[in-house]
Design a protein around this ligand. Structure first.
Ligand SMILES: [Zn+2]
Ligand SMILES: [Zn+2]
Length: 322
């Protein structure tokens, strides 16, 4: 399978985290978390269309100013998603600057706040001096974005405050085996789109009438060549509670790469509880239980700066890769 998106963690696990994801097909990019963006080029920042913030602790939100600074003259809006409080956090950041000279700039900031009970939206336009414009509240859904064959899901976790974990997934690729189509005497037509849609949505009871004969989905499914899409998951800053762990396994299930914090070593697990972070063993456990193909450690307490090999060893041993 061809990789259709490329991922890179911008900083080492002791610095403020940002996962940069660039897509092969569009020239777009998204980022997970708004930590230190200083290693990105202006060109790379200009590609960012969506920003998925886990929470607004300073290490995950300090990049907001440099992001906006770089995008002020861009026509395409920037979409920012985050947990409860993100609209107020963006508004407060914007209120910290003076905007009297930027009203001719085109930048539009669209903020989407995902709470347990609903989805709140607000817009901030440079032309309006970044005044807040509230949009109607809609129900909270797990899928928060579906666009161009990609979808993003967000779950809410507990970290003393609500925090979002995300996965980014590419749709199934479905191609039709033309040789088999000819062999079975079928002709190309709109029914092939219905077939693809039935496969994509698991509609096993769909019937197709072809050449005067009725077929079940099962009888036609070998016409389709299905390739699984790429899938990554990003989880950080969550308390080591049973509910969080269960949710993390569910969100990360089947990931090609799970990006996850391993903030404390196992020997400091008491501290992990009091500081609402995961341990190395829990990070490895979640990845193993979720059947992730690979694990990437993204956020580690700076107190282990001289003991990073211990961190990776504990994670990989539990994951089963060491
Ligand atoms: Zn953090
Ligand atoms: Zn935090």
């Amino acid at each position: 399978m061809k990789t259709t998106f490329f991922c890179k963690m911008l900083n080492n696990p002791f610095n403020d985290p940002v996962l940069f994801v660039r897509f092969r097909r569009q020239q777009d990019a998204v980022i997970f978390d708004l930590g230190d963006l200083s290693t990105l080029s202006v060109r790379e920042v200009q590609k960012i269309k969506h920003v998925f913030v886990t929470h607004m602790h300073i290490d995950h939100f300090i990049g907001f100013d440099s992001l906006i600074r770089c995008l002020l003259s861009r026509e395409t809006p920037i979409n920012i998603y985050g947990p409860e409080g993100i609209i107020k956090a963006v508004q407060s950041k914007l209120n910290g600057f003076t905007w009297n000279l930027i009203r001719q700039y085109p930048l539009k900031i669209e903020v989407c706040e995902l709470t347990e009970t609903g989805t709140l939206r607000a817009s901030f336009y440079a032309q309006e001096g970044f005044d807040r414009i509230d949009r109607p509240i809609t129900p909270r859904t797990e899928e928060i974005l579906s666009h161009d064959g990609l979808s993003v899901h967000a779950y809410t976790f507990y970290h003393g405050i609500p925090v979002l974990g995300y996965n980014l997934e590419e749709d199934l690729h479905i191609n039709i085996n033309k040789a088999l189509l000819d062999e079975r005497g079928f002709t190309v037509g709109p029914w092939l789109n219905e077939l693809k849609s039935a496969i994509r949505n698991d509609k096993n009871d769909t019937e197709f009438v072809l050449n005067g004969k009725s077929y079940t989905l099962d009888e036609l499914s070998n016409l389709a060549i299905i390739t699984k899409g790429q899938r990554i998951c990003y989880i950080t800053d969550i308390s080591p509670t049973p509910q969080n762990i269960e949710k993390a396994i569910s969100l990360a299930r089947g990931s090609d790469t799970l990006y996850i914090e391993a903030f404390f070593l196992e020997r400091d697990k008491e501290r992990a509880f009091s500081r609402n972070h995961l341990t190395t063993i829990l990070a490895g456990y979640i990845a193993r239980k979720a059947n992730a193909k690979a694990i990437e450690i993204i956020h580690v307490s700076p107190k282990y700066i001289n003991a990073y090999h211990e961190v990776t060893q504990e994670v990989l041993k539990e994951f089963g890769a060491a």
